[in-house]
Design a protein around this ligand. Sequence first.
Ligand code: UT7
Length: 327
Amino acid sequence: MIQASIAGIGSYVPSRVVTNADLMKIVDTSDEWIIKRTGIKERRYAADDQACSDLAYFAATSALEMAEMEPSELDCIIIGTVTGDHPFPSTACILQEKLGAKGAMAFDVSAGCTGFMLGLSIGSNMIKTGQFKKVLVMGGEVLSRVTDFEDRGTCVLFGDGAGAVVLTAPDDSGSGILSTHLESDGSYADMLNIPAGGSRKPPTLETIKNRKHYLYMEGQITFKMAIRTMTKIGNLALEQNGLTIEDIDYVVPHQANWRIIEGLAKKLGAPIDKVISEIHKYGNTSGASIPIALDEAVRSGKVKKGDLLLLTAFGAGYTWGSSIVRW
Ligand code: UT7
């Protein structure tokens, strides 16, 4: 049974391009290392006056245009983000005001790079139950603001951007979200986090001096778990829908590292040309990476009406999720 249709998709990346050569001026790294170990050639950083809701606004507008929908028609706005405009209120509420989407309920969800998948699951299930009819689901991040440019192991990985889909009640075309699956394991919470700035360690001169307000990651554990969990939940989605990987036209994975994407494709048994990746251009944009990659694939004509897609994501928590979508 289809949970919800996707009436429109959109994305936005800021215009400032940061190449590997640019990062070589800041940390001890090389273009060769970054490309070989991650596949990333460049990424985008937000302008100084751009916050998460500003990037989200452009992506949302683009998705609403494709859906031929006015913002005022939205019942609900959900943004997956860990780099919102403020600790509170939600970035979704700020976006609601920017869009003029009066009457919608707006909230953020926190699942790291799985944030968009979590929003997709909540939004499509809200439509399935009949609670809402038109839901904007987004992933948006300004990771450059929490990147530690003294840590070469993480600072080369991340970029900024936003992606959006507009969900509506399913029509009889057979297109839409067939299923969503979600899991988490909080025993890995310390492996990928921002250590200070919350109620555990409020900001002090000491936390700032010790660089505890920047993103921290245990790279190798995160790498292994990303491949393991995205494979597991990708296969779960296939099984629950009575599908095999041969039925899937494209896999759209979270874009964290090209070697993770290759490892995932191998374990799923998917030929690499069936995997959509924009990692070389944008790096890891966390919760925004799947809708950005899918939007570009749709707009370039690569993903066509009727194609069957497997989306699979992994992020801080650790959290992971998947979805089968008939485009
Ligand atoms: O979106 C959430 C999920 N995120 C991820 O899934 C990311 C997962 N992790 C990764 O992608 C990889 O672990 C990294 C790309 C972060 C690191 O790659 P790695 O192959 O695991 O490298 P490593 O940490 O084992 O480091 C190998 C070497 C070390 O040098 P030594 O000790 O062997 O001399 C590092 O110091 O590479 C060095 N290194 C670098 N060298 C040049 C680490 N970062 C850099 C760098 N440039 N930027």
